[in-house]
Design a protein around this ligand. Sequence first.
Ligand code: THU
Length: 127
Amino acid sequence: MTDLIELSREARRLAYAPYSNYKVGAAVLGVDGKTYTGCNVENVSFGLTVCAERTAVVKMVSAGCQELLALAVATADGGTPCGMCLQVLLEFTKTPDQVKVTCVNESFKGHTYTLTELIPHGFASQL
Ligand code: THU
């Protein structure tokens, strides 16, 4: 997990956040054993902003891996992923109660949650 945290902190440096100035980095561990990083990418049309977590998940899936095992998120204040990102994370795990989500702040202090703790009643239809 230390490696994943370090990768999320490195990814945070690449954040494009000129509007909010709230930089976010994320690092996902896939079942393929590889790590995928992402940062938030904002837009002058604010609603087009992509969060760091979804950037990382989209990179994982587009590289051919469809399941994640763990996630680290780096922010200024140890903030947790937003609801939209949590639902996307849920899409790519079979065991959300075992997926650890570690959120760290600038001083490396943080908290580890399970994905189930963060999104206990996510949408899961039988479509
Ligand atoms: N942001 C993320 O990257 N991840 C989240 O889970 C919440 C918010 C970004 C979006 C925007 O660029 C900035 O943080 C402030 O909302």
